[in-house]
Design a protein around this ligand. Structure first.
Ligand SMILES: Nc1ncnc2c1ncn2[C@@H]1O[C@H](COP(=O)(O)OP(=O)(O)OP(=O)(O)O)[C@@H](O)[C@H]1O
Ligand SMILES: [Mg+2]
Length: 324
């Protein structure tokens, strides 16, 4: 009877809306709770960032999801399949890189993939060349991995994931150790995987990378999810900061004193810092620009502060840190 139920569940539940779904997931190491009552909902077909500072519990969550360590409490589903109960069915379509990908250094990239493919379904061997091509290392496939750069190893890691034609990829800190060009490549690769309809969950402590790469995010601190949702929606919930460099900050400040958009204006040495309330439309930024230029101020730089989400993120995480 259990088998019949399993088969039904494995087919009927595999196409729900969530690629990852956890409820009250908890993992403790002695007195330390590394994953603390996590309710995570990752929609299918997006790039999803699991964002948190060092020690927030990102790797531990991923290890729990993959069954590399057991949860102390809670439930989870991958691609609609309950794990650990249907772990094998679920993981057949999950590709993951946890920590740094490990390969046989004395073998070539292609040989490493051949070994990994042999351990998977028969179709995996047929995906090797396409996977190497896909991640841009086909031309180095006959070099020993020992000669690969960090970025090439990361790429080979992604190629290894692709051997299983994954619907879900889980990448722990995929940008770690990469130079800016390598990060840009990785970002592009992740976006192209999502464009094919796959779901990519990546962890990072770099807000900027998550913002650039992901559609949605969960912000985690000390094992707890503080916020999650589409990045646009989270941004809409934070202040809009504007930095302006101009020739006469005092004049500029006075021009904005009687503004109607509830701006908090601070005059600094070479310009203004302006903080606008949650939900302010971007048109207001254009209006501020107009007012200043019309008032005879020369503007050298005007920037909607991308750090606004960052400062908000830091504020939230540090506040929680203090209360512990
Ligand atoms: N095997 C373990 N035994 C004991 N404690 C552990 C173990 N693994 C992780 N921890 C603790 O759990 C907490 C979360 O660690 P984890 O590695 O998941 O964080 P992280 O968010 O991945 O951090 P980082 O950004 O540094 O990779 C930390 O306090 C860590 O010390
Ligand atoms: Mg980690």
């Amino acid at each position: 009877m259990t088998d019949v139920l399993s088969a039904e569940e494995s087919t009927s539940s595999s196409d729900g809306p969530w690629a990852v779904e956890t409820h009250d997931l908890t993992k403790r190491f002695g007195k330390r709770t590394a994953v603390n009552g996590v309710d995570l909902l990752v929609p299918r077909g997006c790039a999803f960032g699991y964002l948190g500072p060092n020690g927030a519990g990102k790797t531990t969550l991923i290890r729990v999801l993959l069954g590399l360590t057991h949860a102390d409490a809670g439930t989870m589903k991958l691609l609609g399949h309950s794990v650990p109960r249907h772990r094998d069915i679920a993981l057949a379509r999950v590709g993951a890189i946890v920590d740094e990908p490990r390969f046989h250094q004395h073998l070539t990239g292609r040989q490493n993939l051949q070994i990994l493919a042999a351990a998977r379904e028969p179709a995996a061997a047929g995906r090797i060349e396409a996977a190497l091509d896909r991640v841009g290392i086909l031309h180095r496939a006959n070099d020993k991995v020992a000669k690969y750069s960090m970025g090439m190893r990361q790429r080979l890691g992604v190629a290894a994931c692709l051997l299983g034609d994954p619907h879900l990829l889980i990448l722990d800190e995929p940008m770690n150790g990469l130079d800016p060009a390598g990060m840009a490549d990785m970002r592009e690769m992740i976006r192209s995987l999502v464009a094919e309809g796959r779901t990519v969950v990546l962890s990072s402590h770099l807000l900027d990378e998550i913002e650039r790469t992901c559609d949605a995010v969960a912000i985690v601190d000390q094992g707890r999810i503080i916020r999650q949702g589409p990045i646009d929606a989270l941004l809409a919930g934070s202040n809009l900061e504007v930095e302006i460099d101009c020739d006469s900050p005092e004049t500029a400040g006075s021009l904005l004193i009687q503004n109607t958009y509830q701006a908090k204006v601070t005059v600094v040495e070479d310009g203004l810092h302006i903080s606008l309330p949650v939900g302010t439309a971007r048109d207001v930024v254009a209006e501020i620009n107009r007012v200043l230029v019309t008032g005879g101020v020369s503007i050298y730089r005007l920037q909607e502060n991308r750090a606004s989400l960052e400062s908000w993120f830091l504020e939230v995480t540090s506040r929680l840190g203090e209360s512990e």
